[in-house]
Design a protein around this ligand. Structure first.
Ligand SMILES: C[S@@+](CC[C@H](N)C(=O)[O-])C[C@H]1O[C@@H](n2cnc3c(N)ncnc32)[C@H](O)[C@@H]1O
Length: 241
């Protein structure tokens, strides 16, 4: 990428921080018009949902285990009590990844219509949902020490850098012992790429790493999701604590 392009992308993030109110309200307006379906959650790529969920399951299972057991590095395994699905939408991830692995799942999303839909979409297993929180992640405070896993997928681009860092810090406080924060999201080739349509940004991996670092978190594992269509952004999954 030419140097002037990098400058432009950096300026854009500055612009966004300066117009924070419209950055958030435009995103809310966008999502309110999106159909409450798996296809809607994935911008028309509903067909990749199974590949995504299977990749996430394999990723997460490296950390989960019987309480008291240890992984290869001698670290205790993550519990399977309570998970939090951040930017949960209609509960696509809750339904196929989190409810099968955790006793209780909480959902948080800024779009009330999606949470309303989730109640039907999750069917009987939805009875194990603890809370439906309708809140922007920039304002949401996870309950201290409640969660074994906090799953944050395809939503960090809706937060400004500072809000993402502060949110990650609050998430760390929300973890149980041996708990894990997972970010799974698009990464750009270089710099910050704005999306005017849904009012979000896509950051490169170096920038995501620096924000994780600013939040005081350590990357314990990272993978690229394989077998996604060539034309979409690369997707990386990061386990943090
Ligand atoms: C691309 S969808 C992903 C949904 C879900 N994570 C999945 O993978 O199926 C993005 C979701 O983020 C939600 N969202 C957008 N901005 C948000 C914010 N500031 N705080 C919380 N949720 C937000 C939208 O309502 C939408 O449900």
């Amino acid at each position: 990428m030419p140097a002037n392009m990098l400058l432009w992308t950096c300026d854009r993030m500055g612009d966004i921080a300066g117009n924070q109110a419209s950055f958030y309200s435009n995103a809310e307006d966008y999502w309110r018009e999106v159909s409450p379906t798996v296809d809607g959650m994935l911008g028309g790529y509903g067909s990749i949902s199974s590949i995504d969920i299977n990749g996430s399951k394999a990723f997460l299972q490296k950390f989960l285990g019987v309480r008291g057991s240890q992984n290869n590095d001698g670290e205790e395994k993550t519990g399977s009590g309570v998970a939090l699905d951040c930017g949960a939408g209609i509960g696509r991830i809750t339904k196929r990844l989190l409810l099968p692995l955790f006793r209780t799942v909480d959902l948080v999303d800024v779009t009330q219509e999606f949470l309303d839909k989730a109640k039907a979409y999750l069917e009987e297993e939805g009875g194990r949902v603890g809370n439906y929180f309708c809140r922007g992640l920039q304002d949401f405070v996870p309950e201290s020490g409640r969660y074994d896993v906090i799953w944050i997928q395809w939503v960090i681009g809706h937060l400004t850098d500072d809000h993402l860092v502060e949110f990650l810090r609050r998430c760390q406080k929300g973890l149980r012992p041996n708990g894990l924060i997972v970010i799974k999201d698009n990464v750009s080739y270089e710099g910050v790429v704005p999306d005017e349509v849904d009012s979000s940004v896509c950051r490169d991996l170096k920038i995501v790493h620096s924000l994780v670092d600013r939040a005081g978190l350590r990357i314990v594992h990272e993978e690229q999701q394989m077998n996604f269509p060539k034309e979409i952004y690369q997707v990386h999954t990061l386990a943090l604590r």
